[in-house]
Design a protein around this ligand. Structure first.
Ligand SMILES: [Zn+2]
Length: 187
């Protein structure tokens, strides 16, 4: 799934309106697993000037980045984070890890050739889904549309619970989805 979609979906699924003290941890946990990908992309794109194709086929495939990215998308590790946080009595940390766990579970069904090793460190297994949120060889066009609709529904649910700034962010996410769909499938 696309990173901004995780943020909107997780806030809705974990029930965080703007009044919730857990809004920030849920938001942080929703985007955290994709932070290494963003850092890698920005470094290779802006500092090294590599074209997107080489970033995904070469830089992204280096063991260091793959291990890091797959490690932060781990179901057992994020689940352990939830349990340890609950044991320590921190609802904020538990919300953070629960949101990161949800992120991993949201990615699991929509990654095909780029599947993460979601069960590290227990197993190296990669579930190669028949569906992809971007790859048209794996129904990407349809899956991306379904993802966009789900995120839109989550944004509609959040709308009355958010102040003006939050609503502006929701509009920005919807704009992002419209733009990337056009850029990927319609252009
Ligand atoms: Zn992800």
């Amino acid at each position: 799934m696309q990173t901004p979609g995780h943020a909107v979906l997780n806030l809705a699924l974990l029930g965080a309106g703007s009044h919730s003290a857990l809004l920030l941890p849920i938001l942080a946990g929703a985007v955290a697993p994709d932070v290494p990908i963003v850092v890698l992309y920005l470094r290779e794109h802006y500092l090294r000037g590599l074209p997107d194709e080489r970033i995904w086929s070469e830089s992204y495939q280096q063991p260091f980045w793959l291990n890091l990215i797959h490690g932060v998308h781990s179901v057992p590790l994020t689940l352990l984070g939830v349990l340890v946080s609950l044991g320590a009595g921190s609802s904020a940390l538990a919300a953070f890890f629960a949101s990161a766990l949800l992120h991993a579970l949201e990615d699991l069904p929509v990654h095909a050739q780029d599947a993460h090793r979601h069960f590290l460190p227990l197993s190296q297994y990669r579930f190669i889904s028949p569906l992809s949120y971007w790859d048209s060889r794996y129904h990407g066009r349809t899956v991306a549309l379904v993802e966009a609709v789900l995120v839109l529904l989550a944004a509609v649910w959040l709308w009355p619970r958010f102040p003006l700034l939050g609503r502006a962010a929701l509009v920005a996410v919807e704009g992002w989805y419209a733009f990337t769909y056009w850029k990927t499938f319609l252009r």
